[in-house]
Structures are given as C-alpha cells and as structure tokens.
Design a protein around this ligand. Sequence first.
Ligand code: MG
Length: 427
Amino acid sequence: MANTKSRRAFFKKAITAGAMLTPLSATFGAGLTQAMERNTYYSKPAELKITEVQCAFIRFGSSLFVKIQTDQGIYGCGEGVDAVAGTYHFVKALEWRLKGKNPLNVHRLFDDLRKSGIFQGAQAGMYVAVLSAIETALWDIAGKALGVPVYQLLGGKFRDKIRVYCDTALYQRNLPTPEDFANAATEAKKMGFTAIKFDLDQRNDPKKYDSYNWTASPGELKRMVDQVTAAREAVGPEIDICCDMHGRYDGVTGQQIAKRLEPLNLMWLEEPIPAENPEAYKIISESTTTPICAGENLYLAYGFRRLLEMGAIDIIMPDLQKTGGLGEGQRIANLASLYYVPFAPHMVASYLGAMASCHVCASVPNFMILEWQMYFHTDAMYKEIVKFDGPMVENGFITLSEKPGIGVDINEEGMKKYAAPGYPFFK
Ligand code: MG
C-alpha cells in the first residue's frame, strides 16, 4: 500500500518550517489548513491499478454489492439490484478484464466491458445490472483518489438536497383497503415526505377474473380508484401521489385507469403496461392528462431513445443500480432533457445505492424526484449493512454527501448476517 499523500506531506513540512517564522494560518487563514485536512492525495492516482473485484449478495441474491480493490489501498463500493441473482461467477469473469487497469478511466472501462460483451448480452438484463454495480464502484474509487465527491466528477451540482418520494410498501400487506391507503399516506406526510407512492396491482384481488389476462375488471378499477381517492382525501391537494401498476396490465386497462384517476391529480401513473412497447405507451399517454412514467425495466440510454423520440412518455424513471450505473444514468437524464422530460429515478437499493443515485440527481437540471423506501425506517438491516454520516433522510430530502467518493461505505460485519445463502461473501 503506497498511500504516501506526497502533496499533503509537502504542505505539512512547509507549515512546520513556516511556523518558525510566521504561522501559516496567520497568513492564509484556517481555511487552508482545513482544506488540506479534507483532501487526501494519493501518491499517483494516474498509476492506480485494480487488483481485485469482490462481491456479496443479500435479499436472496437480488442485491449485489461490489468492492473493487486497488494497489494503493483505496477501494470503491457499488450496488446492483433486481437483475443480479446468480451472477457471482459473472462478476469474477469481469474481474479478469479489469485487473491491472486504471480505475480512474471510468467511461473507458465501462465501454470496454460493454463492447466486449455485445455477444454475451451486454444490451440489457443481468449483464448491464452487474456492470452498473462495477461502474458505480469505479466512480467511488475515482472520488476517493482525487479527494472529491462523485457529483463533482459528474460536472458539479445543481442542488445540495435531493427530494425523495416515499414508497409506502403497502404491497407487503394482503389486500390493503382504502383506509390502509389513507393511513399510510397520513403517516408518510407526518414523517415529512411531500410525495408518496402506492402500488395498484394486486394479483390476488378477488375481483380479478383470470390471473393470466391483464384486463382489469370493473371491480378492480373501482378498488384502485377508491384506494387512491382515500389517500388523496387524507393528505390534501399539495402532497404528490404516484401510483405503480408494475407493468401488469394491458393497454385498455392502462387507458381506463389513467382516465379515471385524472381528477386525483397524480404526479404520475407508473408502468400501466409492460416496458417493451413504446407505441402502446404513446397511445396511453395521448389518451389522458395523467402523466405516464416508465423506465425501471429499461437498460442503457438506448433503452430510452425510442420512447423519448416518439414522445411516448411524460416522465422517465431509470434505476441507476440496474440501467448501467451513474455515468449512463446521467446520459439518460441528459437525453431526456432534450425532450423536456423530467428524470425521476427508481430506487430499491440500500443507502449506498440511494446516495450513489443522489450524486447523479444533483448533477442534472431536469431531476424531479428520487424514490425512497419505507424499509429504511422499518427494517434494521438497512442501517446495519452500511456506514454513513448523519441522518439518512430529513423532511423528505436526502442531503448530498460532500465526502470523497459516494460517501457511503459497505459495513461488511453488519452485512454478514444477511448474506444470501449459497453465495460467496466478499470473495
Ligand atoms: Mg415501479
């Protein structure tokens, strides 16, 4: 480990020598000393080399954590979600392509791994979700090596605080009633959130005639409208409400529910139909004043190109732990901004993924809102698996980390007891 911090050592010597004549702080103020203490300059960042890519899985394999080690003792952390189960050996296959490379060339390494995988599925799915975790860890290393937060490497920030909406997690309850919706909305508002999300799809709804056909019955449509009406009445007109249908319905249901929810003034209706058909999205979007949002099941900027070009969608919600990582997330946001489309990332990660997403959200003008999960408040695991400073969220906003890198570390000790069975743990 050659963590010589040579520039800092030089300044320290200068201070010692200078102190015999005039105290340096008297000349330059305490700010100089503080700035030097804040910054960590590794001996030669330009000569950093990747030595190892380790990984671990939690949540039955649906959350991947990557740690990339270097020859100067700096490591970077990244997270991938949903499309990552069973990918341990794939991570190790990518490790061979990364070993010995300089982690500071983030875009180049991303491009190398992408283009060398185009016959292996590097267009979408597990390949890109794993790449998202690796790419994020590279930004973390770059920030730590250069002594700056990741948003700075992405071109700086438009904002210091990131507005989040709270996913109420009512999907964990069997057949939630309109009263459950009202109570969850009231609770989230009391916690300081200014925006709330509910799920409207219920596979086991007794009013559903057929579990394979995706046309909602009149009873299902009424149930959905009653639930959202109860939430709206509970929180009043100034709280944003969005509703997710998880891509489980057909076009006619998408149009009907979007139309019926118009009086409730939603922030958006999310994935009324599956992700693959931009033409079908355009039909729904043009049929309603309810804003239509999609994107958590799309990959890379390519996945968003046609939707945006066609004007098929009002708001995009890429998942930065799945769609390609932080650089690709910023590229998607910038692409959307050409069409005046807001960027509202999906987020089902740990606080590491949440803060990594925040750096991108800070770096683009068209950021709208980021997803936040009630599990951060109710499930102790989410506090134990990471290390971070300060409160996670306050009054519906995450304060952007100013620490070098992402600003949230993996707590291996805390994560160990939640490790997915059958997977190696940081090997
Ligand atoms: Mg969703």
